[in-house]
Design a binder for this molecule. Structure first.
Ligand code: NDP
Length: 425
């Protein structure tokens, strides 16, 4: 294959806007974040689990490598690729692309979760094989990082054969490091197999709950039964993942699918960062058991419930409104017109704050950490990181919306002054 001339022509008119610290960020983040993943796993499993521990508990090379790890990881990705291709569930169309077409996506991620869960039970059962994931965590994370780099290189190279309209706006600056990091091609596909959509919610997200289950089984192996804290962490995070897959169609309207190219940032996030850092609480609990009172557990369950309710209701309201503004559940909401023809909700959940879905997500994140008690900062890593991520993401989205909607967006901001936390931020 040879890069087509249209694409070459497009490359001469490079996009200039850069995010995540531009070229410097694109050099530092791919070095810093993989090391952070390994560091956090080591810390969570160390008896001190202190982020201030110096020198940090460095792993030996033996701990970083296990021949089982690549077999398991690649087998897991291949299993989900097969499940993606099975003709289960419906097929849905994405939003209209710049060339006026719409891509088709299989909505069968929830089937993937259920079938891979059943297969795991059939072949491994519940017990020591899953508990062994505790020992395999570091080698698996190393393999996921290597796979992320290899896939990102492939995506970067193949993007030079993509037609200009298939490139992400913002992923074509001409700086190879930045474009590799941020992603050049918007929807890279092999035939009908959409690589970004596949990675977004399947191997990593489902892998995360399997790792959690492995930690629960390790606890059973060590102490005879799972603790209440471990059960809560597993249940809350399983609910979150199952919800994402049940509502898989909603991902088709998110920034990741609609706006961002598929490069290292998303590949690494999907395949390494999410499965190996989002469930650190479960890893921590294996080594640092916590006693949780019934009242404490009930309070945490209530917090997770409230967060989930806000998160689900607000996301569903906007998705429904974007798909069909005349639907009875949203038709009576107050809106303002924009010059693009699209309207913005100014009442209902989206009249409370400008990102009610982020508020709900953050309340849940806090509920996931609280079962780990207050003796260590480490299990609060997710909620701290996620607050920073969502504040940054909100600012990015705000810039995109201001560029899209101009004066109408300013009017919305005046009408709904708080971004995420009512009366605070
Ligand atoms: P959002 O679902 O928040 O979508 C933002 C878009 O919604 C805007 O670009 C705009 O797009 C539209 N919009 C904004 N305000 C209004 C309004 N008042 N009325 C109508 N439409 C409006 O985007 P995200 O992808 O950031 O988040 C989706 C979910 O995923 C969230 O719940 C978030 O918490 C979660 N998430 C989780 C992550 C994780 O790692 N766990 C990471 C990132 C997100 P347009 O007008 O073009 O439709």
């Amino acid at each position: 294959m040879r890069p087509n001339t249209q694409a070459s022509k497009h490359r001469s008119s490079h996009d200039t806007e850069r995010e995540f610290g531009g070229a410097l960020g694109a050099i530092c983040i791919p070095i810093f974040l993989p090391l952070t993943v390994l560091f956090l796993i080591c810390m969570s499993r160390s008896p001190h689990a202190s982020v201030l521990q110096w020198p940090p508990p460095l792993p030996s090379s033996d701990e970083l490598w296990d021949p089982m790890a690549p077999v398991l990881l690649l087998g897991w990705i291949a299993l989900h690729a097969l499940l993606y291709l099975t003709p289960l569930g419906k097929v849905s169309e994405g939003l209209v692309l710049r060339d006026g077409t719409r891509l088709k996506y299989p909505i069968n991620g929830f089937h993937g979760l259920c079938i891979s869960g059943v297969l795991l039970m059939l072949f491994l059962g519940l017990g020591s094989p899953l508990g062994h994931l505790f020992e395999l965590l570091l080698p698996l994370a190393v393999c996921a990082i290597v796979v992320s780099f290899l896939l990102s290189v492939y995506l970067y190279v193949r993007s030079f054969w993509a037609p200009p309209h298939a490139l992400a706006l913002g992923g074509n600056t001409g700086n190879p490091l930045y474009d590799f990091f941020i992603g050049r091609e918007l929807n890279p596909r092999i035939g009908n197999f959409d690589l970004k959509y596949f990675c977004e919610l399947r191997p990593g997200l489902i892998g995360w709950v399997v790792i959690n289950l492995g930690m629960l089984m390790k606890e059973v192996e060590l102490r005879g039964s799972p603790s209440l804290a471990m059960i809560l962490v597993n249940s809350f995070q399983l609910l979150y993942v199952a919800d994402a897959l049940w509502n898989e169609e909603a991902v088709l309207t998110t920034m990741d699918i609609v706006h961002d190219g598929f490069g290292f940032m998303l590949v690494f996030g999907d395949l390494a960062w999410v499965p190996f850092t989002y469930g650190l609480q479960a890893v921590f609990l294996v080594v640092h058991p916590q006693a949780l009172s019934s009242l404490g557990a009930a309070t945490i369950i209530a917090l997770n419930g409230i967060g989930y309710y806000i998160f689900r209701k607000s996301n569903s309201q906007k998705n429904q409104f974007r798909r069909d503004p005349t639907h009875p559940s949203v038709a009576r909401l107050e809106t303002i017109a924009t010059a693009t023809g699209k309207r913005l909700l100014v009442s209902g959940w989206w009249g409370l704050v400008r990102h009610p879905n982020y508020l709900g997500d953050l309340l849940m994140a806090l509920a996931w950490s609280l079962p780990c008690g207050f003796s260590h900062l480490l299990p609060y890593f997710y909620v701290i990181y996620f607050t920073v991520l969502l504040i940054h993401r909100e600012a990015r989205d705000e810039r995109h919306c201001q560029a899209k909607y101009g004066l109408a967006w300013d009017a919305y901001c005046r009408r709904v002054p708080y971004r995420i936390f009512p009366y605070i931020y």
